[in-house]
Design a protein around this ligand. Sequence first.
Ligand code: FE2
Length: 364
Amino acid sequence: MFSKTPVVYAVGTDYKIFFRVSRSAYARLKVGDAVFDDAVCGNMRSAPGMRHITVPQALLDKAGGYTLCLERVRERKPYWTQTLGAEERFYPFFPVAKAGTVRACMLGDAHGDARRAIDAAAAFGAFDFLILNGDLAESVRVQSFALTHNLAARLTGGSLPVVYARGNHENRGAAAELLEQYLPNRDGCTYYTFRLGGVWGIVLDCGEDKNDDHPEYGGSARFHAFRRAETDYLRRVVADAKTEFDAPGVTWRLAVVHTPFPCAQEPEFDIERELFRQWCDLLGRMRVDAIFSAHEHRFAVLRPGDPGLRLSVPCPLVIGTANNNDYNGGTGITLSPDGINVRFVTSNETTFPVQQLLSMEAPL
Ligand SMILES: [Fe+2]
């Protein structure tokens, strides 16, 4: 069952707010004086299920909260549909600061076990935004997406922004093709940039981890074409520097991608070398400060030149979501004017030292 608590995802310069409607109802969000209806081509949606409404980030950041309004529909009819009154609930919202210190918690590779992911997040403590970096659950049925929604709802209460990156395991199962109705995307694409205060970021999606013709996929995979379209998008981002990574107020530039594609791989997984080489080059042109990955169920920081890399990276690459018999682990990320630090955190109190990823020069 999907939680009733909304989740506020960062996509582009908007927030996409996902929420559950349990009975037939019209939905709208009020942000300050503005009202955003959940309508499609002029028709208010009324069917029960998961819905989402997009609101401009600047508006919600300024308002400091939003009101979710659900207006019950007695029966949706061709004529004289009746409604039964509206329920409203206000959610405070805390935007990421434009300066100072920002804390982000990255989780992933829960593989169906949200409990341990929650415990790992608790080991880091309070944070300003959440990163969910894929492989939360396989997409067996649409209810499978509830784990991701509920994990985000539990950890943010609908009051903090969330960045979502799809993992390869979200491509497994009959509901994989329905993911866009339940999790954030940009016009149907699971790769996009985002902006949160002084943080600019890009979410990449490698798709599956083996070639499309691998028998495991049973003919369902078309990720080569998907990655080629994504490469074109990355080039457009580079061309749009002034509205993206060079926009006013950007202090930190992050890439979030489930699969650590620059890493050395076993032959079966050693795919797309030339295309991924272009991605590394394009991330360098975006002057990305750090790449945050998951997928390999281990903790590691690989800096440029590391022998564990098959491709040249422009910045440190963090593999930051462990999953083993003892614990699930994530990464606590601290962005400050001095630089970027990471601390790997676990569900069983196993501790790791803080590592400095990047030292920034003090501003003049
Ligand atoms: Fe994975």
